[in-house]
Design a protein around this ligand. Sequence first.
Ligand SMILES: *Cc1c(COP(=O)(O)O)cnc(C)c1O
Length: 357
Amino acid sequence: MPPPKMPNRDRIVDMLKVRSSHLKKGEPVSPPIISAAKYFLPGEPDTPYVYGRYANPTIEAAEAAIACLEGAPVVAFPSGMAAITAALAAATKAGDRILIPSDGYYNVRALLDEFLADRGLTVDLIATKDVSNADVSAYDLVWLETPSNPGLNTCDIEAVAKRVKATGGLLIVDNTTLTPLLQDPLSLGADITVCADTKAMSGHADVLFGHLATKDEALFERAQSWRRLSGSIAGPWEAFLVHRGLMTLELRLGRMCSNAVALQAAIDVGRSPLQSLTYPGIGFVMGLTFDTAGTAERFIDTCPLLLPATSFGGVHSSAERRARWGDDVSEGYVRLSVGCEPEDVFIEAILQALHDL
Ligand SMILES: *Cc1c(COP(=O)(O)O)cnc(C)c1O
């Protein structure tokens, strides 16, 4: 099996070295968990560390590692949704028209609908598969998520970026399903990229975290200011866990992606109980469509390897039927998050469960 496509793999080396390159003799190699609201601050407040809501060294260690992967400055947040909220706060003003995916992460639509649409933002929806060729000239902000969660539809970030730029708009890309190792929205023309580090970035399903990255200084400062003023600051323990998870990101993603490619090759859809198998050709999330909700649930229940859980990107393979949340996918659609199990064990378990249905 050839190594999985990982366009930005070199950045992992920068990330692995970023902390040690600043260490003094005798300092811990892992970042200390600094749990502090107050810092010792006599006289003028001429240090970055004045109060816990402003800055924290453990969060900065996680940000420095993620910044290597993004190739851009990073602001960390206590969840993916907190990063998304910050990106929207930094990039929008009253009167703006926003175009968002109709088939992307549901909570983004709900956030705009419940809290922002009635504060002077006009929000339109478009299917991810239609946005690459759409006329976006009327929009101040275009939001993409590709591959989209949960349906795994894709679009051409670079093509959309060119058109958005031509009419002076901003482009934000939610890169959670691929991570910056597999797709680099900033180099494709996005102004901001956001990512739920809760998923593959931290990778162990034990922490909520998120970040945004941007090369635009004004947007970066606004995002930092939003964090300070809204109080959307992560905890040091969470930042430590994310930092620790990131150290094995390339290893985990490599296994997850090669397991996904191997599973696609191993399943003969025509001779299986599946109606279809959706795999964008990159990443570790796959869609398995069964004829009914019952068959889909039976598949999840009978496969001993699959963790029945929401979320994705963890070391365990997990699966869920997304229509149970009301997502606009068929009743028998299962989102499969391919994990780090040994390839032969993983393939055998899935094929056996399909056979036993
Ligand atoms: C999970 C997810 C989020 C939200 O992340 P949280 O850490 O749960 O807030 C945002 N976007 C996408 C695409 C996601 O999958």
